[in-house]
Design a protein around this ligand. Structure first.
Ligand code: ZN
Length: 252
């Protein structure tokens, strides 16, 4: 007998983690992660270890199996210190999905097709049951840009977008031209920060292109303009952000 009944018919196995508590908000967000460990079994052990104080609702293996660790009604501990659109208790309002991938520290292999198919199926299922708006399907790096880079620039957000998951626009083409760089201080930098903050990122509007701003720009690029995630705000980055804001406004 599993420790609890899975919330989704797609779940192939329940492995209960003790790491959860009561939610303080309604679920209206999905946060995607990679496990960032060389072996998936080590990631599973950590997500179930009471000492680690981390968990997630779902773990998607590279063969496409979906395991559930925490019931959706409970607050899993996957996001850590994080923020989006001014909310800081991201764990309370989100479903956390870990995708088995060793991550940047271990060679960052491509995500397997079967695995992405499973993430798409699971995402559709959660979105339909929880009525999650497309702009609220996010990367861990979006809500914690200074600390996290997962699931990273190899994660195929365009495939999810084509399947109706998340807010997605075709990234603006990368072209030579003027750009905003770390160290710059200007009204244009302030406008970029304002646009990033309006989109949801936790960034102070100072006009100074500081390390925190570079981290947020890199997070934005990993998700929405993954061809070059260098933290430099070129025309393509700024234009892609503008298109996303426009797409979100027109969907509201
Ligand atoms: Zn993560």
């Amino acid at each position: 007998m599993p420790a609890f009944s899975p919330d989704s018919g797609l779940v192939t196995r329940v492995v209960a983690s003790p790491n959860h508590d009561a939610r303080a908000a309604r679920v209206d967000m999905i946060v995607l992660h990679y496990t960032g460990m060389a072996r998936a079994e080590d990631a599973l052990a950590r997500l179930c270890d009471p000492q680690s104080k981390v968990s997630c609702h779902y773990l998607v293996l590279d063969d496409g199996q979906i395991w559930q660790l925490v019931p959706e009604e409970r607050r899993a501990w996957h996001a850590g210190v994080s923020s989006w659109q001014g909310e800081t208790d991201i764990n309370s309002c989100s479903i956390g999905i870990e995708i088995a991938n060793p991550g940047h520290d271990f060679g960052y292999p491509d995500f397997a097709k079967d695995q992405i198919d499973a993430v798409i199926a699971l995402g559709r299922d959660v979105i339909a049951r929880r009525k999650i708006p497309p702009p609220r399907v996010l990367a861990h790096s979006d809500v914690a840009p200074a600390r996290k880079s997962d699931p990273g620039e190899k994660f195929p957000w365009h495939r999810l977008g084509a399947a109706g998951i998340g807010l997605w626009v075709a990234p603006s083409q990368i072209v030579p031209g003027p750009e905003l760089d770390p160290g710059d201080h200007s009204e244009i930098v302030a406008r970029l920060q304002q646009a990033l903050a309006e989109f949801g990122y936790a960034v102070a509007v100072t006009g100074s292109y500081d390390d925190a701003t570079r981290g947020v720009v890199t997070a934005f690029q990993r998700h929405f303009r993954p061809a070059r995630a260098d933290g430099i705000a070129d025309h393509s980055t700024i234009e892609t952000l503008r298109r996303l804001l426009a797409a979100r406004r027109s969907a509201e």
